[in-house]
Design a protein around this ligand. Structure first.
Ligand code: GDP
Length: 201
């Protein structure tokens, strides 16, 4: 998929601001500091997404980006940032729940390659599966894990999440570009032939 355009559309702080039109949505979810902003910047190009904030715990909004005029990339607020406090966490959960109640986006869940799947990552994965979204799982910052340990580490994350047999974790690095092409291919497959074709030119 070639990126012709990627523009920030809207930050949704509540359900009234959610975007609901016929375009498919690809939602990115992961704990704060997992490398979500860096990955989005790598996927879509830094200029279009200068808007992406990476200050942990600060952005409680759902940010929508329109890519090639036909698909939304949706940046969900990071979970598990200790300092935001209980009230903020509940606010986060409510916003996320409403977002998932309005449709079934393709979800990309980010897990830190070196840290592995934390209890919160496991909880989020279970929640997503129960909501009917089978997430594509990517392990971020793969450059921090020695090459020789990649396979074992990806398998460990898949096992911790109890991913369905045959589903693989994609090792990605926003720094080196590892796995980015593979992730694009998975996104294209998830989008289906129609969206793929429209994105091809
Ligand atoms: P977010 O809170 O999930 O949006 O995470 P950020 O994208 O802001 O990244 C958090 C930290 O991880 C920053 O210090 C980044 O420089 C670092 N980081 C992000 N991606 C990578 C990566 O691919 N490799 C390495 N080594 N560090 C990364």
């Amino acid at each position: 998929m070639r990126i012709e355009s990627g523009e920030f559309i809207r930050a949704a702080f509540s359900e009234q601001d959610f975007l609901r039109d016929a375009r498919p949505q690809i939602a990115f979810v992961g704990r704060s500091n997992v490398g979500k902003s860096s990955l989005l910047n790598r996927l879509l190009g830094r200029r279009a997404l200068a808007r992406i904030s990476s200050r942990p715990g600060r952005t409680q909004a759902i940010n929508y980006f329109l890519v090639n005029s036909n698909v939304y990339f949706v940046d969900l607020p990071g979970y598990g940032y200790a300092q935001v406090g209980k009230a903020k966490r509940q606010e986060w959960a409510r916003l996320i729940e409403r977002y998932f109640a309005q449709g079934e986006p393709q979800v990309i869940q980010l897990v830190d390659a070196k840290v592995g799947a934390t209890p919160l990552d496991i909880e989020a994965f279970e929640y997503l599966e129960a909501s009917g979204c089978a997430p594509i799982v990517v392990a971020t910052k793969s450059d921090k894990v020695p090459r020789g340990r990649h396979r074992a580490q990806m398998a460990r994350i898949a096992a911790a999440l109890e991913m369905p047999d045959g589903d693989r974790v994609i090792a990605v690095s926003a720094r080196t570009g590892e796995g980015i092409q593979e992730l694009w291919r998975r996104i294209e497959v998830a989008l289906g032939p129609e969206a793929r074709e429209r994105s091809a030119h």
